[in-house]
Ligand binder design. Structure first.
Ligand SMILES: Nc1ncnc2c1ncn2[C@@H]1O[C@H](COP(=O)(O)OP(=O)(O)O)[C@@H](O)[C@H]1O
Ligand SMILES: [Mg+2]
Length: 345
């Protein structure tokens, strides 16, 4: 396994900039997620690493070697698509062995390697089936095996879970992470799903509009978002707009929020799980608008003035006073002002 480095990488399509001077490093054996909304340049970045798209500027380094102008087959990367892209007329084993055939590996060796890769994803017993005879999750595991069998220096995954339902997604998610760690695969995974990125990655790169907005660990992005976009995109956050008057932050409707604020602050961001729900005399007073039971947790929407604020708490037991709250009830919100982040932009 090798490291991957992107240096001022850029891609223009006519006048449009799909990827704008992007920098990123993945250390050997680490999984980094490239996260961001649809159209922000994630797939383009991945394809520049694989060599299917030529950058307009900048360079791609694999283990320090500049491969920017090398064709895909000289890079030893493996790209797994969201659509699986399996060959329908080939058996599972033939699909997995296909890349090795392209590399002119002898048949016996090909078959042994392909079976070994299928064993890694626990599908060796289905080697003779055809893709249409497999479930979506199994097809995605075949696609993973087809990448693994190449013993790639850099493993590239483009939204590998987005065609799977919620339960399978969780399963394949831990399967990918397990394999990636066991084989110490240097991996760049593209996703638009922040939960996927937070749970699977050693590092995250959050993009928007072709640019990196923030990179770091899951904790960095979650606890110390660089701006309101990051706070809103990574995890859930209340992003309350307003301005600072006399040292305290006031929302647009005039409601003052606790904590000291720098004069330039425009947004007060606060995670839903950092807010406690109490009686109106014990916190910032508001009105309960909605209660959503989510099983282990309950989500409350509280109006502070005219602004809805989301609060997430462990679901109260039947004897808890919180269990008796109904929409329309007056409530108070309390939080540690250190948990709020005031942002300029
Ligand atoms: N071959 C292409 N020609 C022109 N524009 C493209 C091409 N591929 C991608 N784009 C544009 O580049 C931007 C980034 O696309 P993409 O990398 O696919 O985004 P993502 O994977 O984050 O959804 C989009 O605006 C898209 O329309
Ligand atoms: Mg994409």
């Amino acid at each position: 396994m090798k490291s991957l480095e992107l240096v001022n990488i850029r891609k223009e399509y006519g006048d449009a900039v799909a990827v704008d001077d992007m920098n990123m490093t993945i250390r050997k054996g680490e999984l980094v997620s490239l996260l961001g909304p649809s159209g922000c340049g994630k797939t383009t970045t991945l394809r520049m690493v694989a060599g299917f798209v030529a950058p307009s500027a900048g360079s791609v380094l694999i283990d320090g070697r500049d491969v920017t102008h090398r064709p895909p087959y000289e890079r030893n990367t493996a790209l797994v698509f969201q659509s699986y892209a399996l060959f329908p007329h080939m058996s599972v084993a033939q699909n997995v062995a296909f890349g090795l055939e392209m590399r002119r590996m002898p048949r016996a060796e090909r078959e042994a390697k392909s079976l070994e890769a299928l064993r890694r994803v626990r599908l060796d017993h289905l080697a003779e089936r055809y893709p249409r005879q497999l479930s979506g999750g199994q097809q995605q595991r075949v696609a993973l095996a087809r990448g693994l069998v190449l013993n790639p220096d850099v493993f590239l995954l483009d939204e590998p879970l987005s065609n799977l339902d919620a339960k399978l997604r969780a399963e394949v998610r831990s399967e990918i992470r397990g394999l990636q760690q066991a084989l110490e695969l240097t991996t760049l995974m593209v996703t638009h799903d922040q939960e996927e990125a937070l749970t699977m990655s050693d590092g995250l790169v959050l993009m928007a509009g072709g640019r990196v907005r923030q990179s770091g660990s899951a904790q960095d992005l979650y606890e110390r978002p660089a701006d309101a976009f990051v706070a809103d995109f990574v995890g859930r956050s209340n992003v309350l707009e307003g301005r600072v008057e006399g040292g305290s932050f006031r929302m647009k409707d005039g409601t003052a929020l606790p904590g000291t604020a720098v004069p330039t602050a425009r947004y007060y961001t606060l995670r839903p799980e950092k807010i406690a729900l109490t009686s109106p005399d014990q916190g910032v007073p508001g009105t309960l608008r909605e209660v959503l039971y989510l099983g282990a947790q309950t989500e409350y929407t509280v109006l502070l003035g005219t602004t809805p604020v989301t609060v997430i708490r462990a679901t109260p037991g039947p004897d808890d006073t919180l269990a008796r709250l109904r929409p329309g009830d007056p409530v108070g919100l309390r939080w540690n002002s250190a948990d709020a982040r005031l942002l300029d932009s």
